[in-house]
Design a protein around this ligand. Structure first.
Ligand SMILES: Cc1cc2nc3c(=O)[nH]c(=O)nc-3n(C[C@H](O)[C@H](O)[C@H](O)COP(=O)(O)OP(=O)(O)OC[C@H]3O[C@@H](n4cnc5c(N)ncnc54)[C@H](O)[C@@H]3O)c2cc1C
Length: 428
């Protein structure tokens, strides 16, 4: 830790606030991966902005009354103060360097900010294997690669864990007799990777990926070069692309039941979709919601039989088949109006709900990669059985590749194969 960062307690915070100087205050906890991800950024930014802004850290567990007074409920939470008052956007979770910079620079003039930015020195880090994406595929590749004593760096634009982090319960991953919380499963995976020696760059911005020359840029200033690259960027929720969807995303429209179902206690929720995710997540949502309507484009559900049976026998769930949503609107009272079209006769009608969950399938995260990477017409990367792509020394694994089944186990398997192949071909 450098000298520009100071650890304080609640009493010292009150003294600091009285001085009215610009402050970046990090409420942190121990055994907290997002806190560790922020710590590295906090440290490097303190070198640049530390003369103008005080970089303070406070241990949340030992300063609970202050945390409660300030409304801090999770770690890390980064708060900016100027002239004794909170300013800028409060940050928490997987905090990006650019977000911290925005908070810090809001407390100084544009001229001063631009002057200080000149102090940023580009750095280069070399490694044997660079893994892009830290879901089950990337983490497994990391474990194998690091255990083979290869210098392994894993970059992720979010906190590692991938889709599993937001999966409520996983019941089909071997090694756990009872269903395990997705969040805990990824926690175990991450800790194992860390233990193996994987170097993480979490919640970073990734740009300028050059697969042929094996390098990419992290947070605009760190170039990582590698002998081999494994792409494990997974997939993301597919949007419907209809009016109101983007506008109300996070404000009535959600793609993640684990994250948002709790806000709908005893309320009416509409779920769009009828596949495995839609039906399984609907069952979870009914633990909170009072009523749930599944709107599905086909005349029957596509989910597995067990999930279908549970849904049909759940008294809170009703179904509207052969309908598709056409727009979302929000009422002044906060409720959502979902316009749906009957696909048989094209008639339109509106249904009212308190919230909407969309489970319309997934799309591969391949937008970052250049055209020389061979992908199929859906955007999935084409690999051979050894997870090699068409670019020598570049492998791909997990949901991002073209394959029939996308599960945690299949991603873990792909990650294993990619890492072993990369290691065997290291000197090629
Ligand atoms: C709601 C839901 C429930 C599910 N339930 C189950 C289940 O019960 N059992 C099961 O086996 N499977 C389940 N799955 C599927 C399973 O989660 C996926 O198959 C698995 O997570 C895929 O792993 P992955 O590593 O390939 O990709 P992901 O899990 O998608 O991880 C990809 C990672 O790459 C990162 N990333 C993306 N773009 C970039 C970039 N440009 N640069 C750097 N990093 C990037 C992401 O932040 C993410 O961390 C479920 C999926 C969903 C959505």
């Amino acid at each position: 830790m450098n000298e520009r960062i100071r650890y304080i307690n609640a009493a010292e915070f009150e003294e600091e606030i009285k001085k009215g100087e610009p402050i970046a205050l990090d409420f942190y906890s121990t055994e907290c991966p997002p806190c560790e991800a922020l710590a590295a950024k906090f440290e490097s930014l303190s070198e640049i902005y530390g003369d103008d802004v005080k970089f303070l850290k406070i241990f949340r567990q030992e300063n609970r009354p202050l945390a409660e007074k300030l409304g801090v409920t999770s770690s890390p939470t980064l708060i900016f103060f100027n002239n004794g008052k909170e300013v800028a956007e409060r940050l928490s979770g997987g905090i990006k360097r650019t977000e911290v910079v925005a908070g810090i620079e809001s407390m100084m003039t544009a001229e001063r900010a631009s002057e200080l930015r000149k102090k940023i020195v580009p750095v280069t880090e070399e490694c044997d294997v660079l893994i892009i994406g830290g879901g089950p595929a990337g983490i497994t590749a990391g474990i194998y690669s690091a255990q083979a004593k290869l210098k392994t760096i894993l970059v992720d634009i979010a906190l590692p864990g991938g889709q599993v982090t937001t999966t409520h319960m996983v019941s089909n991953y071997p090694g756990f007799i009872k269903p395990v919380e997705g969040f805990m499963l990824t926690h175990f995976m991450n800790e194992q990777a860390k233990e193996a020696g994987v170097i993480f760059r979490s919640a970073v911005d990734v740009s300028d990926v050059d697969l042929v020359n094996k390098k990419l840029i992290v947070d605009g200033f760190e170039t990582i070069t590698a002998k081999k690259i494994i792409i494990a960027t997974g997939s993301s929720y597919r949007e419907l692309g209809i009016p109101g969807e983007r506008e109300y995303k996070g404000r009535g429209i959600s793609y993640c039941a684990t994250c948002d179902a709790k806000y709908y206690g005893d309320k009416h929720v509409v779920v769009i979709g009828g596949g495995n995710s839609a039906v399984e997540e609907s069952l979870f949502i009914t633990k909170f919601a009072g009523r749930l309507t599944i709107v599905h484009q086909f005349d029957k559900l596509q989910a597995n039989k067990e999930a279908q049976e549970k849904a049909f026998s759940n008294k809170k769930i009703d179904f509207i088949f052969e309908h598709e949503p056409r727009s979302f609107k929000k009422q002044p009272d906060g409720s959502m109006i979902i316009e749906i079209e009957n696909l048989k006769n094209s008639s339109l009608r509106e249904i009212k709900a308190d919230g909407v969950f969309i489970f319309a399938g997934m799309k591969p995260n391949t937008g970052l990669f250049n055209e020389s990477l061979k992908i199929d017409d859906q955007g999935y990367i084409i690999t051979d059985a050894y997870m090699r792509t068409n670019i020598p020394g570049v492998y791909a694994a997990g949901d991002v590749i073209q394959k029939p089944y996308r599960q945690i186990t299949t991603s873990v398997s792909d990650g294993t194969i990619a890492a072993i192949t990369a290691e065997r071909e290291l000197d090629n």
